[in-house]
Design a protein around this ligand. Sequence first.
Ligand code: PLP
Length: 393
Amino acid sequence: MKLAKRVDALTPSSTLAITAKAKELKAQGHDVIGLGAGEPDFNTPQYIIDAAVKSMEEGHTKYTPAAGLPSLKKAVSDKLSQDQKLEYSADQIFVGTGAKHVLYTLFQALLDEGDEVIIPTPYWVSYPEQVKLASGEPVYVTGHEESGFKLTPEQLDSAITSKTRALILNSPSNPTGAMYSKEELQALGEVALKHNLLIVSDEIYEKLIYDGATHTSIAEVSSELKAQTIIINGVSKSHSMTGWRIGYAAGDATLIKAMTNLASHSTSNPTTSAQYGAIAAYTEDDGSVETMRQAFEERLNAAYEKLIQIPGVTCVKPKGAFYLFPNVRKTVEACGYTDVDAWVEALLEEEKVALVPGSGFGAPDNVRLSYATSLDQFLAALERIERFVQTKT
Ligand code: PLP
């Protein structure tokens, strides 16, 4: 079958690929520990499930407006007002089928052939593919371990060309857990404003932050930056609702309108009952978001200490999200491998531990370990990794 060039050029999601391989080994009866998960391991809080069920029982089982129910847009707008102290009207909010599809729709609405989008590395795997699917050109700027994997204003400035349309910022970051301070955002924002760039601020891990950190959106820094920023967020990670597929964008009304038009011809609307669940998520609070955050923080602290004891491993301690992203280059070479991907594959084959190679995130010396699993499982996986390293060195 001849396929379109755009899909031929697609790189399959490395996170989904490793999860599939781990599942396959599990199905064959192997005792696999998967640290590849990109989703919280908790069930969705009951009050949210109840709200969705009730909505269906009450007959809310039909289409909604393409960019979401007015009551959900209001809940999102109230959330942004309360958490970020930012005001958005209904025509500045787009609700879509998960933050991933919201981003996809955004790039489709924004980019023309050859338009450049600056993507700091390490990046979330879908950004480059989504930019390419919209005929855009990803421009990578390397994040270094020494600067906590964060983009500097100088780096941003030198990556900008006459074709640059947008910059993607993901704070806290998947995969590094790095988070930008208000001062850092201000400095980056000045460069973005000077060059009239749109800032795509992916804040999906906003609620999962640790060590007393506070989250700042670049849109909060000034009214000029708010006007140049489109915030992306959703309930997947904060409320353990990955399967519900509800995410949103907040920003310029013209862009939101274009995204809404696109959605009206693609998804029609995000699933109606899931929207009712999301309304409950944003308007009620039974404390479960904070309980889940605390569980993640506890795991992070225990797991991090153990991880950095593996010979050769270095790791910037994450400030948010639920991943560790260590540099394993020295360990891999000491084990006799030249390639981190091959080491990851051997680890899965021999010790049945599934990690995600950093190559898919633009960081080929690193691996991603998700601690969205029980601490016991995580620590057992680290013991297996230690054993693997010991037998190979
Ligand atoms: N942005 C980042 C950085 C992510 O890690 C993810 C999910 O893994 C998403 C967006 C997409 O989230 P959603 O489940 O809302 O599509």
